[in-house]
Structure formats: structure tokens, C-alpha cells
Design a protein around this ligand. Sequence first.
Ligand SMILES: Cc1cc2nc3c(=O)[nH]c(=O)nc-3n(C[C@H](O)[C@H](O)[C@H](O)COP(=O)(O)OP(=O)(O)OC[C@H]3O[C@@H](n4cnc5c(N)ncnc54)[C@H](O)[C@@H]3O)c2cc1C
Length: 393
Amino acid sequence: MASADVIVIGGGVNGTSTAFHLASLGVRNVTLVERRHLAAGASGKSGSLVRMHYTNEAESRLAFESLKVFHNFEAVVGGDCGFERAGFLQIVPRGYEQALARNVAVQQGIGIKTRVVSSDEVRSLLPECRVEDIGAAAYEPDSGFADPNATTFAFAEASRRLGVTIRTRCEAARIVIENGRVAAVETTQGRIDTPTVVLVPGAWGQRLLDPFGLDFGLTPHRVQISIFRWPAGFTRRHCVVIDAVHESWFRPESAASTLIGVELGVQHSDPEGFDEGVDPSYIALCREALAARLPAFSEAPMRGGWAGIIMMSPDGRPIIDRIPSIPGLYVMLGDSGTSFKTAPAIGRCLAEWIVHGTPRTVDLTPFRSTRFAEGKPWHDADNYGRERLTISR
Ligand SMILES: Cc1cc2nc3c(=O)[nH]c(=O)nc-3n(C[C@H](O)[C@H](O)[C@H](O)COP(=O)(O)OP(=O)(O)OC[C@H]3O[C@@H](n4cnc5c(N)ncnc54)[C@H](O)[C@@H]3O)c2cc1C
């Protein structure tokens, strides 16, 4: 009979980060099970922006702790996560100048290098951009983006080096409860006994929660991106941008292209059968949003795109918790399209919780699973106009 001290369910960036941190903290017998292959879920499709700017302190703290890992990835984890310190610009519409200033002040208080910048500075940070419609902007010189597949693979490889067993093509079919607590996981490769499970299943989580009557209102959503070759004459590598005026976000991709996502709102989708390609209508929306900020891109050749699937929570923030009613069950659910950049800290916090009895790196109370039942879903007072956004919020 196989056994493990901890079983991690899910081989995305958060699952592999958790396995790595568990092993780093000295847990000897960790098994990670993945139903398909590493980065088969949202992680493999991520836009992978690594920015600290959020409209709440808790997510900024997770992002800031994670940035330290992205900056020193080779030394801390090993391997290359493809992080590029391109700089990050957050643009907000008119009417949100004070909200942005308050958010920047909170982030500076955490220690994040960020500042409010003028329209003239925006123009010099993002040459050739339009600024007439900008209310305010903030700039983070240390942020950027990473390679989400390389990051996941590197966490997995580092885990293996530390003794973690990784089983791909191994689906967790059921979490077994005996004597009121976690006792095992039944997988397609047999039963594995364990007192502790970390469930990090991305968009595929609900079926494992159903037997326990756990319903947090999670819904899977298809999220797309599109890539444009830089147009003739556009040759300068640009920074990463979230443009809340046009509800879009973009970053450089490979040597001379830009990867962009635009907000479509909620697009419920079936994680077992969604279209992995990009819709023609979406490409048109992306070109429009990109050209609205960088007019040269109205003549940019389209070079492809894809769709991935994320799990939205009802308030658009992840649930990271030890489930109170099921001793031994820890979860990272409802990634809400924003949990690549925070994965190093999320994995570390979950590992600390299991090993030390409490998360030490960041206080996870705001991410508790019980906030919905308490009637206290997350709300950011200083948001930029829309709360139910995916990545570009
Ligand atoms: C197009 C797109 C753009 C994005 N852009 C950004 C961005 O710019 N910045 C950012 O921070 N975030 C971004 N995100 C979100 C980010 O990618 C996700 O939040 C993050 O990758 C989630 O990682 P995860 O490990 O929690 O889940 P996933 O990567 O979805 O991994 C879950 C894994 O669990 C496996 N699994 C599920 N059920 C089982 C089971 N029963 N047994 C075994 N294995 C199971 C799945 O196969 C999957 O591999 C984006 C996402 C998409 C799709």
C-alpha cells in the first residue's frame, strides 16, 4: 500500500510550488498527483504578468513575497523561470486618481517599489502611447513577467531533487475521510494513504469537493490571449501594462511581439471540453484595445493566441485555507485568473501552515474559505470601477 506524508493534487504552478516548499521545509514523503501533465491547466496558458499592484493589501503582500523568489529564482528554487524585469505600468481612468494614490501608498508601506507617475512620464516609459484618456498611472520598475511553463517545470524539477514523487497521468478520484479526517486519496493509479492533502486543482476542483458538500460558488471561465507582431517601425521593447481604461493588459512576448488580453467579463465554460484556440472576434477586440493605447498596433500582424481555463471564486479572490470541517485538508481554490505571480508565496504559506501550524510569510486570513458563509465576501473599496474582472483588475 502506497503512503505519503502529504499529497498535493494538481501539477500547476501552485501545486508544484507547494510541493517544493514542503520538501524545502523538510517534509520527506511528498507525492504530487497530476491528472494530465505538468502545467496542463491555467498555468500552461498564463499571461504570467508579475506585478505588485492590486487594489488590496493582502494580494499585494503575496505578490511582493513572490517577486523576491522570481528575482532570485535560480538561487532559491533552481533553474530558469524566464523572469524579465520589464517594468510595470498600471493605468487607470479619470475619476480614480485618488484611489490609485491610496493603493500606491499601501504598496509603498509594504516595501514595494512603486510610484505615481505623470502623463509625461507615462509617455517616456511607454513611447508612442496615447495619454489623453489617462486619469492616473503608477509604475513599478522591478516587476515584469515570467515564463509560466518554465516556472512550473522548475518548481517540479526542484521538488524531485528534494525527493518529491511526481505522478503524472494520475487523477485523484476521491479524497478519503476516515474517523473524521483525511486518510487517503484514491487515484487512477491506486490508493495512497496520507493524513494531509493539499488540493490545488485549478478549474477541475468541484468534483472532489462535492462529496463533502463543499460549495464555494466556484465557476470555471475560459480566458483568451492574442499575440501581435510589432508593426513596421515599432522596435523598442515596452514595459508590462494593465490599462484599466481599455480593460486590457499586455506585455512583450518573444523578441518582437506583444501578448495582450482584454476583459470579456464572465464566460462560464466546461473545463473538460473548452476550445483552446482564440476566437476571431476576440482578436479584433485585442487589436482595438492595443491600438487605443499604442496607435501603431492598428497595423500589427496577428500571430496567434490561445485560451485557457481559470476558476473564478464569487468575489474574484482565491480561497487559500485549511478546511475547518475536514482535518487534514488544505486548499488553494478559485485562482480567479490572478494566481501565477503569487504562486511562490502561496506554496510557501501552505507548506508553513502544514509544517509550523500557521502560515508565516503572509497572513492568509483574508483568503479564508468561510468568508462567503460569514456574508463577508471580499470587496476592495479602492477598485477601478469594475470588481468582476479577471486578470486586468
Ligand atoms: C490566459 C490566461 C492569462 C493569465 N494571466 C495571468 C497573469 O498575467 N498573471 C497571473 O498572476 N495569473 C494569470 N493567469 C492566472 C494563472 O495562470 C492561474 O491563476 C494559475 O496558473 C493557477 O495555477 P494553479 O496551479 O492554481 O492551477 P492550474 O494551473 O489550473 O493547475 C491545476 C492542475 O490540477 C490538475 N488537476 C485537477 N484536478 C485534478 C485531479 N482530480 N487529480 C489530479 N490532478 C488534477 C489539472 O490538470 C491542472 O494541471 C492567467 C490565466 C490564463 C488562463
